[in-house]
Design a protein around this ligand. Structure first.
Ligand code: GLN
Length: 459
């Protein structure tokens, strides 16, 4: 990052970022631009630097915030109609940590409403366009953040990853996207999707930047009791020898050019002396089914708080309290939100709980064990992020199952709580970015990011 080298002023950096953000308006990246407040903060930082005062590690670095992080700057809408008009009184822990180091939020980015989706087409504000082809999707749910970094508007952006929402858009736009170990970064102040799989992470252009952001954002937080102790430290670096590839993720169901990219990265690793081993991970084929039971169950519970009384939008068409709830929810949620609320309540209902939710919870345990076994036979795994590169706008949005299949290779990591780093791995003949993901055991985050340098494109 061009940060505190003090050769460029914070005001210059912020002005440039905002100018680009306005220039790229047709990509529909931002739900809010923070023009005035961002410039004011930049001026304060420049003043501090001029006075020789100490500034943070991210002093003057403009960044984009996925619009499901709470902060009083702009409305926090999660790209949902039902949160329109909601200004948060609190600030997410992750945002607090970034800003304490001097990072400056220049805008909030578009997402699938409540982070439900894989293309950013489920946003109330309409889709974000892919950075490499405007006729294609940005990926999702953090599409806006991925495109903001890919188009060089900002140095980094925040994301959330419940089942692939950082890694998949990162791979569709040719940038790095990291989903840490579950509990590594506090979820306090992040609009909840599925609390047992939600993770906060980042989009960057380099592994070094990712490492810096992780070292700032990680750590125990009294406001989120699922946070882990501060394990993201230098001492845990371990020597890596063996990289595993998953047999089921390297067959005809995966785009041929993505398989070729995987093969060429394996060759590169072999040439550097690493051993490549092929692993069978049969439990992973049940991950998608288990995910689309567990996640809607948690979604149904987490979305029950939006009732027209406490947050944002309230329907005017309400004759009594029940009508207020029903009409607000009917008008305020997107179809995909409603679909998940219905599935979630169904799988949790007394007649079906054992058949669906309980069974999915057992499958989740099998997946956790499958990863533990895999990491006895290799240090890290290298797999595709998704079965195909960015697809066309409108291609899957009316076919929920086709959209869910996008998540085939990403969701099992969230069910197991293990970290995954999406890395750029070349482009298709058509010029679309290809991404691969490095997967490690729980708490291997630092090592994983460090190791990704071995796979960097030759410059
Ligand atoms: N695409 C996945 C879903 O729709 C993941 C979403 C996410 O990670 N927020 O559930």
């Amino acid at each position: 990052m061009k940060i505190a080298n003090k050769k460029v002023s914070a005001v210059r950096l912020v002005k440039d970022a905002l100018k680009k953000a306005h220039e790229f308006e047709d990509y529909n990246i931002f739900t809010f631009l923070n023009d005035e407040a961002a410039l004011k903060k930049a001026e304060e930082i420049d003043k501090k630097i001029a006075n020789g005062e100490k500034v943070g590690k991210l002093a003057g670095v403009p960044y984009a915030l996925k619009d499901n992080f709470l902060s009083p700057e702009g409305e926090t809408t999660a790209s949902a109609h039902i949160l329109q008009g909601f200004s948060s009184p609190i600030t997410a822990t992750a945002v607090e940590k970034l800003e304490k180091e001097g990072a400056i939020m220049i805008g909030r980015t578009n997402l699938d409403a409540f982070a439900h989706g894989s293309s950013t087409e489920n946003s109330y504000f309409g889709p974000t366009l892919n950075s490499h082809d405007k006729k294609r999707v940005a990926g999702g749910s953090s599409g806006g953040s991925a495109v903001a970094v890919a188009l060089d508007i900002v140095e980094f952006a925040t994301g959330t990853d419940t089942g692939g929402s950082i890694r998949q858009p990162a791979s569709f736009n040719g940038v790095y996207g990291f989903k840490p170990t579950y509990g590594c970064i506090s979820r306090y102040g992040v609009v909840a999707m599925a609390s047992s799989t939600d993770c906060v992470g980042f989009f960057t252009k380099t592994p070094e930047d990712m490492n810096l952001l992780m070292s700032i954002a990680n750590g125990k937080d009294a406001k989120d009791l699922t946070t882990l102790d501060d394990y993201y430290v230098d001492s845990k670096i371990k020597e890596i020898k063996k990289i595993g590839i998953v047999k089921d993720f390297n067959n005809n169901s995966v785009d041929a050019e993505i398989r070729k990219a995987l093969e060429s990265k394996c060759k590169l690793l072999e040439s550097k002396g690493y051993e490549i081993v092929e692993l069978e991970m049969p439990a992973l084929k049940y991950a998608l089914a288990a995910y689309y039971i567990i996640v809607p169950a948690e979604v149904a519970s987490n979305l029950s708080r939006y009732d027209g009384v406490r947050y944002g939008y309230r329907s005017e068409d309400s004759k009594n309290l029940d009508g207020l709830y029903a009409n607000t929810r009917e008008e305020g949620f997107m179809p995909e939100n409603k679909r998940r609320i219905m599935i979630g309540n169904f799988v949790l209902s007394s007649g079906f709980y054992d058949a669906y939710f309980l069974k999915a919870a057992k499958v989740r345990t099998l997946i956790v064990k499958e990863y533990e076994k895999a990491f006895q036979n290799c240090d890290f795994l290298l797999t595709p992020v998704s079965p195909n590169p960015a697809f066309k706008l409108g291609e899957k949005v009316n076919d929920p199952v086709a959209m869910y299949l996008e998540d085939l290779m990403s969701v099992s990591l969230n069910l197991a709580g293990v970290p995954g780093l999406a890395i750029p791995a070349g482009e298709t003949k058509e010029g679309l970015p290809i991404g691969l993901q490095l997967v490690g055991p729980r708490r291997s985050d630092k090592n994983l990011i460090q190791f990704s340098k071995e796979l960097e494109e030759e410059k």
